[in-house]
Design a protein around this ligand. Structure first.
Ligand SMILES: Nc1ncnc2c1ncn2[C@@H]1O[C@H](COP(=O)(O)OP(=O)(O)OP(=O)(O)O)[C@@H](O)[C@H]1O
Length: 300
């Protein structure tokens, strides 16, 4: 369905180009929920924007059903079936307008079965009275859920969610995750987050993004059972649910450049890490680490 090939992208500022994403390769199959896990500033939003064609790739391509989304003739159709819920899209609701109005502004109300709309909102814990409430009268979390519900109204083939659980309470997060599992029967979902719990509860596969590069990918169970990359290993140690070892924070500042993107923070660094690191896949579990499995043996 969605295939990202050797994607590089970034931003122009004062006519100077800064590359943020490097050599991204990933895919989302039909009826799959795929997560992108990354810390603040790792490039999740830039990746989602590139996948939606909101920013252009300096290199590489994004294919939807085999066709480049960057080609004008394919782009319009792609944007009709692939719906993007931006990180801050709940702020885009008009504050003084009712939810009813906001839906009508985007879509033709007549095309919807009102009961279907009500049920869809209900699944996201949104009661019927919300339709007559103004956006300003809703909490951030409610606005967030309204925007996601609105995105689902058109039955997209691909739903791209940038950090959808930010600002949601635990019950709403849980309802959203359950809902994604239901959506999976009809569509695919690409979902970025820095919330390890949310991603691992719902995703079939997860890509780990660090410093604009994918450093590991695999089925969620495979990553949880045994992360291949030292960064993923460290990350999981900070999530009590998944950690079976004590937390540890080791400050490292190698001030090295080139090679592995994690080089300045990795305690397993060796001279070889300064060279170009190839991405290897072992039993459907991919990693960009020259020292794997050696570093794991060190910790055993
Ligand atoms: N419009 C822009 N112009 C220039 N640089 C940008 C722009 N937007 C983001 N960046 C830079 O791109 C890098 C990645 O940012 P991005 O927003 O994609 O990360 P993120 O993983 O989504 O972060 P967060 O979790 O904080 O939302 C950061 O270094 C950021 O400063």
């Amino acid at each position: 369905m969605l295939q990202v090939n050797n994607l590089h992208s970034g931003y122009y500022s004062d006519k100077k180009y800064t590359e943020i994403l490097k050599n991204i390769n990933m895919h989302v199959a039909d009826h799959e929920i795929v997560g992108v896990l990354g810390a603040n500033g790792s490039g999740k939003t830039t990746l989602m924007k590139s996948i939606m064609g909101d920013i252009y790739a300096s290199e590489g391509d994004v294919l939807y059903n085999g066709k480049s989304i960057y080609r004008k003739e394919n782009y319009g159709k792609y944007r009709r079936v692939a719906i993007y819920v931006k990180q801050d899209s709940f702020n885009s609701l008009k504050p003084l307008k009712t939810v009813n109005f906001q839906i009508g502004k985007l879509y033709d109300w007549k095309s919807f079965d009102k009961e279907y709309v009500r049920l869809l909102f209900k699944e996201l814990n949104l009661d019927p009275e919300i339709f007559n409430m103004k956006a300003i009268q809703l909490s951030d979390g409610m606005r967030h859920r309204v925007v996601i519900a609105m995105a689902l109204l058109t039955n997209p083939e691909l739903l791209v969610l940038d950090e959808p659980t930010t600002g949601l309470d635990s019950i709403s997060t849980y309802n959203l995750l359950i809902m994604l599992k239901t959506i999976k029967k009809k569509a695919s979902v690409l979902f970025s987050s820095n919330d390890v719990n949310a991603l691992f509860q719902v995703c079939d596969r997860v890509y780990i993004l660090y410093g604009g590069e994918i450093i590991e990918d695999g089925e969620y169970s495979s990553i949880l059972d045994g992360p291949f990359h030292p960064y993923t290993d460290t990350l999981l140690k900070y999530v009590p649910l998944y950690s079976n070892r004590n937390r540890e924070y080791i400050e490292i500042n190698n001030k090295k450049y080139g090679g592995c993107v994690f080089i300045n923070n990795c305690r397993y660094w060796t001279k070889e890490c300064e060279s170009q690191i190839e991405y290897r896949t072992i039993n459907n579990h991919g990693v960009r680490c020259i020292n794997y499995p050696g570093w794991k043996n060190d910790t055993a």
